[in-house]
Design a protein around this ligand. Sequence first.
Ligand code: SAJ
Length: 421
Amino acid sequence: MSFETISVVGLGYIGLPTAAMFASRKKKVIGVDVNQLAVDTINRGEIHIVEPDLDMLVSAAVQQGYLKAVTTPEAADAFLIAVPTPFLPIENEGDIPKPDLSYIKAASQAIAPALKKGDLVILESTSPVGATEQMAEWLSEARSDLSFPQTHGESADVNIAHCPERVLPGHVVTELVQNDRVIGGMSKRCSERSVELYKTFVMGECFVTNSRTAEMAKLTENSSRDVQIAFANELSLVCDELDIDVWELISLANRHPRVNILEPGPGVGGHCIAVDPWFIVSKTPSLAKLIHTARTVNDRKPEWVVEKVRLAISNYLIANPSKTAREVTIGCYGLTFKPNIDDLRESPALEIVKSIAEMHPGTVIAIEPNVDSLSIDNVKLSSLDESLMTTDIHVLLVDHKQFKKIKIHDEFIVDVKGIWQ
Ligand code: SAJ
């Protein structure tokens, strides 16, 4: 059975581009989101997130009638679930964060009434190992009149697979088409049907495996990156202590044909790399020691940066004895979790700016070209020009293209991305 109507549940950074991509291939797409504001925005042909080229895709899809957004799921031939999988609030400092599957549960319960024999349900959300099987259980509990692969294998009425998204924010539209996909069906048929669905727009290869391996593959990709960034961040601490320029060091080491060290920074942010490794650690805490340590190294980097700023304030006051701390203006460049995007989620830069504002009695300004408004106590959003005129201590946190174009020759700079120092 071919896929005439495709429903994408969760119209965020992954769901909306995926929905728009199917619609651009002239599939009828029903996007579902609990956020009425997002639904209304999309139905006007506009978007509520920043992602290059997505606005044109969504606008065309809505105008041509291939994409509509709703708050309650409707019948479709395939359902793709792209909802968040954050972790549960941590009760005690030092506890290992545990995944929160409540959004997947809510999405399963929402689509269950619309399911029919022959449908395919794909979990795209990054998930701990076993989440797809858990989703299949929730669907089966809600629809005892239908059969599912955990009990009926190849002959199930509803097919289920985990096909993790792997696109890089900022490059989603191209990566959705070009990247290879891992397709983890709960049966051979589930995988085959999923490949058929993705081949609607995916030009990369589709590699078939089971749902647990697909879940682990996605977690492994992001944990691998986290461990590599932790190595770079640890080097930045070691080099600072030994009075060595870490950027020069890394560029020299990377001249080795088999070495490729990533970049240090303010810490690791976003809703993927800072979260997903915990899904491995929480399942196998006594085994995933390296992954756990990498998370800790990256999570502690913001505190280290704040200490560097504290030191810069002391040095500034020693060099300018007529001034008090109240008269010192600190300019913080960049708030997002990585360069050239508008996403503030889990941003180490944002955490650093909040800590600076709490400790510093003087003015703290933030320069963030990608956001229009900000509500952090004691922090004012400012333009680059204004900051260059008023700032005493420059704290570079994110290497946005606007910041790379300028050079600041000032004595008081804390530059965690190595573009000004
Ligand atoms: N970062 C560094 N140093 C580096 C590279 C990144 O400090 O050398 C920091 C960034 O500033 C940011 C964080 O790491 O705070 C994560 O950024 P990222 O660009 O590495 O990754 P994300 O979170 O935008 O997207 C990742 C990607 N995964 C991998 O590259 C393995 C993407 O392909 C995934 O689809 C995405 O997670 C996801 O949704 O899981």
